[in-house]
Design a protein around this ligand. Structure first.
Ligand code: BGP
Length: 462
């Protein structure tokens, strides 16, 4: 078979999951409560079809079977997250030995099957007690997170060498403090800025702890959902709008994580509107000294932006969208089953940007995927015929391939996600997996894309 798009040797093929969305056993194994457990208990109606975080593929009990399936479809890497409230119920204090055993088993099983574990520490799942203490608004929570990170390196760093501090840290800022789709449902730009800033300090402290931990040949990074910001036109007002959206939603984490400093223009805007966060004297040096080794890039869709058409209400709390409006570009290609734009070239633009402006940092696509509503309609002869997903992945891989040919330092591709999973407020609305799961029987069924990716991984291209 001739392979037109051949990837560099050792390319990472795999998929990504998060603890809350996959493990299940939300109240088992001495796990503490996190904000999702709490929010679901108190407001179940806010979750799609009233389905909460207890309802998953139950990776907690099925990990062995799942790791065999990963091996079967050619994964050589797999990203999971540790649940903070499972490892340290309550967020600080005593380590839960049952959790240590569980993660040890998963890590050992992956390695025994030739799959390198990539471990992420925080995927939207604040321990409930720490949220009560103020969550990311509170500096003591930043320190509790650092201890959690240090303990994780100590417990698992002998076998795990790729570590990530946060997945999409901007999302809890947007969801929890700007747009009301994560707990604690605050809508307040000033508090959002503080949360984003403290997350970055927590990240830098974890990187520092990692370097002191002596994990052998280890790399530490962060996973960012980089959403290229494209202006409606080249007129100065549109260009400015897209630059500001980029500052808030990409560069607010990308610059300090990779370059060790915040963009001047972002600081100027926050200064002008009196929105600077509370900081400590040594933070600047801490962030400067603890930049990442590796960057995970999550990419689903671009952001299209135009100049603001209506002036902000001066009495409303500060919001990033004072500065731009989203733009629905006519003729853009849409995912008809999810409502997000599909723009494959975005992945290339991101990689070129990393090459040109971020020292060509080692990176990989840590999430990319196509969510589909009511996917059961594509079931034929017991298999979901997800040709649309194959086409989606292929389209993105072609652009990724091109970026590598042009010298970008991209090392792998992880699909979101391995198996259909519970997705925060969206429950099981959008299906993303290579595998479908029956939530009653827990039976796993490969989709057509699972057979396809198996070939791609085997041939290291397509
Ligand atoms: C990313 C998150 C994942 C997952 C994915 C799909 O932003 O890292 O956790 O939720 O988005 O999102 P959804 O199921 O809402 O379509």
């Amino acid at each position: 078979m001739s392979v037109q798009y051949k990837f560099p040797e050792g390319f990472w093929w795999g998929s990504a999951v998060s603890a809350t969305q996959t493990e299940g056993a939300a109240n088992k194994g001495r796990k503490g409560k996190n904000i999702w457990d709490y929010w679901y208990e108190t407001e179940p109606n806010r979750f799609y079809e009233g389905v909460g975080p207890e309802s998953t593929s139950d990776f907690y009990h099925h990990y062995k079977e799942d790791i065999q399936l990963m091996k079967e479809i050619g994964h050589n890497t797999f990203r999971l997250s540790i649940s903070w409230s499972r490892l340290i119920p309550g967020g600080r204090g005593k380590i839960n030995q049952e959790a240590v055993n569980f993660y040890n088993h998963v890590i050992d099983e992956l390695i025994a099957n030739g799959i390198e574990p990539f471990v992420n520490l925080y995927h939207f799942d604040m321990p409930y007690e720490l949220q009560e203490e103020g969550g990311w608004e509170s500096r003591s929570v930043v320190d509790a997170y650092t201890t959690y990170a240090r303990e994780s390196f100590r417990l698992f760093g002998d076998r795990v060498s790729k570590w990530f501090t946060f997945n999409e840290p901007i999302v809890p800022v947007e969801g929890g403090y700007l747009y009301d789709f994560h707990y604690p449902n605050v809508v307040d730009g000033r508090r959002a800025v503080q949360v984003g800033y403290h997350t970055m300090v927590a990240h830098a402290q974890a990187v520092e702890a990692f370097r002191a931990s002596g994990v052998k040949d280890g790399k530490i990074g962060i996973i960012l959902n980089l959403t290229p910001s494209y202006p409606r036109s080249q007129n100065p007002a549109d260009l400015k709008a897209s630059r500001i959206a980029d500052l808030f939603f990409n560069r607010s984490f990308l610059d300090p994580a990779v370059l060790g400093e915040y963009p001047e223009e972002l600081i100027e805007i926050l200064t002008e509107y009196s929105q600077l966060p509370v900081t400590k004297k040594d933070d600047k040096a801490l962030i400067k000294a603890n930049t990442v080794d590796i960057l995970g890039v999550n990419y689903y869709q671009p952001r299209r932006v135009k100049a603001k058409e209506h002036l902000p209400n001066p009495y409303s709390p500060f919001m990033p969208d004072w500065f731009f409006d989203n733009y629905e570009m006519p003729g853009r290609k849409m995912n008809p089953y999810r409502g997000w734009e599909i723009y494959e070239k975005g992945i290339y633009d991101i990689m070129i940007n990393l090459k040109e402006n971020y020292g060509n940092i080692e990176s990989f696509v840590s999430e990319n995927g196509m969510g589909v509503q009511d996917e059961a309609r594509f079931l034929e002869n017991g298999e979901i015929q997800d040709d649309y997903r194959i086409e989606f992945i292929q389209g993105h891989l072609k652009w990724l391939h091109r970026s590598i040919q042009e010298g970008c330092n991209a090392k792998g591709y992880h699909l979101w996600t391995f198996m259909d999973n519970w997705s925060w407020m969206n429950g099981y609305k959008n299906r993303y997996g290579f595998f479908a799961v029956d939530l009653e029987t827990k039976e796993r069924t490969p989709k057509k894309s699972a057979y396809w990716i198996k070939e791609v991984s085997k041939n290291n291209g397509f």
